[in-house]
Design a protein around this ligand. Sequence first.
Ligand code: NAI
Length: 418
Amino acid sequence: MKAGTAPLEKLSLPKNKINVLLLENIHKSAVELFKRHGYGNVESLRDAPSADELRVILKDVHILGIRSRTKLTKEVLESAEKLLTIGAFCIGTNQIDLKCAKRLGLPVFNAPYSNTRSVAELVLAEIIMLFRGIPQRNWGAHEGGWDKTVKGAREIRGKVIGIVGYGHIGSQLSVIAEAMGMQVRYFDTIEKLAIGNAAPCRSLDELLAASDVVTLHVPETPETKDMMTTAKFKKMRKGAFFINASRGTVVDIPALADALKSGHIAGAAIDVFPKEPKGPEEEFKSPLRGLRNVILTPHIGGSTEEAQANIGGEVAEKLVKYSDNGSTLGAVNFVEVALPPQSNCTRFMHIHRDVPGVMAKISEVFSTRGINIAGQFLRTDGEIGYVVTDVAGRVKVGMGIRKDLAAIPGTVRTRFLY
Ligand code: NAI
């Protein structure tokens, strides 16, 4: 259909024409959410297709959901002409060429905090296990032993937990540890409001010296690499416990193994490692293997059924918001624009390279037609600009607005919602 001759009701793509493809067995909560919002064409596949397969199956896909195994390279993204947006139904997004997606005007959404509670619960359980000496007693009982001594078996009530990194997980853990009667201390590089009776420490060293158990909840950054070294373990109280369920690079593992063998650290629970096996067929190697007072888990801190369901709902919700309303809040590679619900207006979305003068040209498209702009939202980041213009009522497509907006130099893509 030629631009300018489309009937009014064809202004936005009807939902039954929007194709949603979910790969890698994404939780059914995502499918349910799309259906609830009126998306009829939702296909869900088990596999992670290869690049060649993706180039074929993405031909008519508007909304794509993947997990960590599907690689969205530049070539794949450039071939998916109808694609509007991508959902990474996981935490990490390095399986996607985010720069290319941005250049093509494709916001990518993920679910960074859906498994916060799962990690906090595991850490609390590990604290109880370590204070009771369960790892070694469990090991002993499996070997036919019967160690009933109370020595080294303590309640967690009243003990000091030192939380390093008071973000989503750290602060959630703070709440449940305090509910169990622990005294909470925390250290964060940015000022954080203390929750409940938690008390901040001025430095990592102060926290290490004050805690009966230290648990790390920091991101992987150049500053956090090897933040726990031999010198830092020495600063911990003798007989304290150590937990890491954040990132493997944060701890010098041989230093931890030495601190455990020397008895300075009484036990540890480690979920993340500097080098982790790629799959079940690869052997897990670590200097911590065989230490009876250490709980080793294969990076499963956030892996629960509830977290998977939360991820499904959270990412699908962001995709639907973008498709239905244009909002990019929570996008990992894109300027974030939170938009009000669209009410009795036509919404024009314009993604462009961040060059001077685009905003003025967009406004001109409306002003030269005598159309009053009811609301306008703009975010730029030096690379990309996103302008959303609301115009009262239903604007006639026949006025050539779509064509003129698309013709503005620097335009990446345009979209319209009524
Ligand atoms: P978040 O971003 O909400 O919080 C991190 C906190 O650490 C922030 O408050 C930040 O200011 C603070 N921080 C940064 N550098 C610091 C430093 N040098 N010293 C002290 N504090 C510092 O992150 P969230 O969601 O709480 O996650 C924490 C960690 O847990 C991340 O590394 C994440 O990858 C990991 N994680 C692990 C999972 C698992 O399965 N084991 C699952 C989910 C998250």
